[in-house]
Design a protein around this ligand. Structure first.
Ligand code: ZN
Length: 328
């Protein structure tokens, strides 16, 4: 293994007194993920753990800290946040804290052999052609290999505190997503990012309206009114309320575009995803595009702007003018 990644990534950056950011590599997407080290009474609280890559140099990272990591907190069960939990727990000896709902989904998705079949069946129901579904599933396996989560963590609930940081639920990007808030600082996981916009997708067995959940989570962030929000990717958000409003506006616009793609003829989530995200997508991106399209379609159904039709084989959507009847 080359040492260059380790030397680039092993050094936590001090953002402000008592808050350090540790950036780990990702093979895809934004190419990096941020973990945070928060100074606590007896050492450091580590928030998120990167992917379960063998290369994460935990020993070297810990060597450079002036105290032990005494607890590990997971914001959500996506592989770039929870995947390194087992290795981090082993390297530090620290207990892992994870949300109750989040851990249940983590076990279901990453701890089970049945998930690939479950998600395949679900893609097919949403109009994904069989050969494309196979590709989407293969791309999902890549992530599964990196999701080495910690079994049987200490379960936490919204309203709990971990080392003086208050735990809040921010469902949307993931159903069981949790953030940490103390004073005027938010450790946001993937709830609030800049410049990228957090993905909000619908998945099998997830809550029914993830976009509705997410918009409520953005309102919560505005209410908490932190001075700064540190997220899982990209830059620190210096105006969390303003950024929340901008992301909400982005989804309003995408809801309009999604509705415009619907008419009287039933269309599947897969078909509408081509309209919204184009046709030239790699399987891994198509997977996100379909899930993201479905979260917008389901939001439109809740708002009375679209109608879902379901039989035992397929799910499809038709347009509806706001508050009006479905077009014939
Ligand atoms: Zn995520």
């Amino acid at each position: 293994m080359s040492n260059s990644i380790e030397h680039t990534f092993a050094d936590p950056v001090e953002l402000e007194p008592g808050i350090r950011r540790l950036t780990l590599p990702l093979p895809t997407g934004p190419r990096h993920v941020h973990c945070y080290l928060l100074a606590v009474e007896d050492g450091w609280l580590l928030v998120d753990t990167g992917l379960g890559l063998m290369e994460t140099p935990w020993a070297e990272i810990l060597d450079r800290l002036d105290g032990p990591v005494t607890r590990i907190f997971i914001t959500h069960m996506h592989p770039d946040h929870v995947g390194g939990a087992e290795a981090a727990a082993e390297a530090t000896g620290a207990p892992v804290f994870q949300g109750r709902l989040d851990y249940a989904q983590c076990e279901r998705v990453w701890g089970s052999d049945r998930w690939p079949e479950r998600i395949a069946e679900w893609f097919l129901r949403n109009g994904v052609p069989p050969e494309v579904a196979d590709e989407l599933i293969a791309s999902g396996h890549v992530f599964a290999d990196f999701a080495r989560f910690a079994w049987n963590p200490t379960l936490v609930d919204p309203g709990d505190s971990v080392d003086g940081w208050r735990v809040h639920a921010t469902p949307g990007h993931a159903d069981g997503h949790l953030v940490l808030h103390r004073g005027d600082v938010l450790i946001a996981g993937d709830t609030l990012l800049t410049p990228i916009t957090p993905a909000v997708g619908l998945y099998p067995e997830s809550r029914p309206d993830p976009l509705g959940d997410y918009l409520a989570s953005l309102r919560l962030v505005s209410e908490l009114a932190p001075r700064v929000s540190y997220g899982g990717h990209g830059a620190a958000v210096e105006d969390p309320a303003g950024r929340s409003a901008a992301i909400a506006a982005h989804h309003d616009e995408r809801l309009d575009r999604t509705q415009a793609a619907l008419g009287p003829k039933p269309r599947s989530g897969y078909e509408v995803s081509h309209e919204l995200f184009g046709s030239a997508l790699a399987p891994i991106q198509r997977r996100f595009a379909v899930a993201e399209t479905l979260s917008h379609l389901e939001r439109l159904v809740v708002l009375g702007r679209a109608e879902r039709r379901e039989d035992d084989r397929t799910v499809s959507y038709t347009g509806r003018s706001a508050g009006g009847r479905a077009p014939l």
